[in-house]
Design a protein around this ligand. Sequence first.
Ligand code: NAD
Length: 369
Amino acid sequence: MNSSPVLRAAVIGTGGIAGAHASALAALPDRVELAAVADIDAARAAEFAERFAIPGVYDDAESLFAAEALDLVHICTPPRSHTPLAVAAMRAGVPALVEKPTALSLAEMDELAAVHAETGVPVMTVFQHRFGSAAVRLRGLAASGKLGRPLTATCETLWYRDDDYFAVPWRGRWENEGGGPTMGHGIHQFDLLLSILGPWTEVAALAGRLARPTDTEDVSMAVVRFDNGCMATVVNSVVSPRETSRLRFDFEHATVEVEHLYGYTEADWRFTPAPGHEHLADLWPEPGPDRASGHPLQIEAVLEAIAAGEEPAVSLEEARRTLEFAAATYASAFRHVPVRAGDIGDGDPFARSMDGGAVPWNPIKEQLA
Ligand SMILES: NC(=O)c1ccc[n+]([C@@H]2O[C@H](COP(=O)([O-])OP(=O)(O)OC[C@H]3O[C@@H](n4cnc5c(N)ncnc54)[C@H](O)[C@@H]3O)[C@@H](O)[C@H]2O)c1
């Protein structure tokens, strides 16, 4: 029997993705109560509160933090508001689970890290695909060395978003969303890639605005080398009519692949041992529950860590590594040079914004450098 006290959670931003958070919380009534919501659109907040039977309703985050004693806040607003809201949560002493992308820039990530160091209050990022049972197993196998060294990988987010999708005012704008499919869509897949292959060394990339009425790119492509020597390609697109999300890892002794769209089960993975290594097929899959990737597993893991007084995943440090990969993709694409990990320092325009003031199809912007 679970003897931990029932935690009190709140959701800020009651639009599209908030329902996934509220449903995941509602499925764990012995661990958590969704006590309150806040949205600057009061009617939307009220409707959401009625749908999920939530007692506290606020029309801004400030009143929410002033009135409620909370153990966790879910930040489900557009990207531009993530950093100020996460800072407000830390100052109020409330751990925050922030939707991706955590922040608009590396400078904002560093601001979050500084407030975290001062307050000791954690901020986590939603990267739900790290948490499916197959990804957890693959991370373990990769770390154990049983599959040999990782040699090559491919990571493709080939999605389709039409012009209507970009009619929502915050979408497709550097200042609101931080970037196009690199920051908003493919980030899910390359975060999973990075979580399995570890630190990256060097990125060379191209980005283009090929078909959508956006300020941001609608396609980017990167080649990357990892510290362990593995080489990978990463494609992020929102102009691909047959949508798919695909990752493939070629280790010395086996290929491991997944193809899904917005979440995978065990059935979406394929394991192929190399000739002479057929015995490795016993490792995949393992007996046990088929835990699909999605918000429920990450939210459950976050609640467990908070109840146990541990640091929940995905930490600011890990999320920064993923955001630095996005920044390096943009910096390489717009400067036409390879970018190494750590190259984008504090004073670099690409640390201040993902466009770096250097978007070739946006000549109005001045070079910041
Ligand atoms: N993890 C995933 O799979 C996934 C999927 C979709 C979206 N997202 C992310 O979730 C976030 C929200 O996306 P969405 O599609 O739900 O957006 P949305 O526009 O549907 O909803 C956002 C809500 O936030 C409210 N809001 C905006 N600023 C606010 C503020 N300062 N305080 C309180 N409320 C505020 C808006 O009124 C709106 O109701 C984005 O960061 C997006 O990238 C993640």
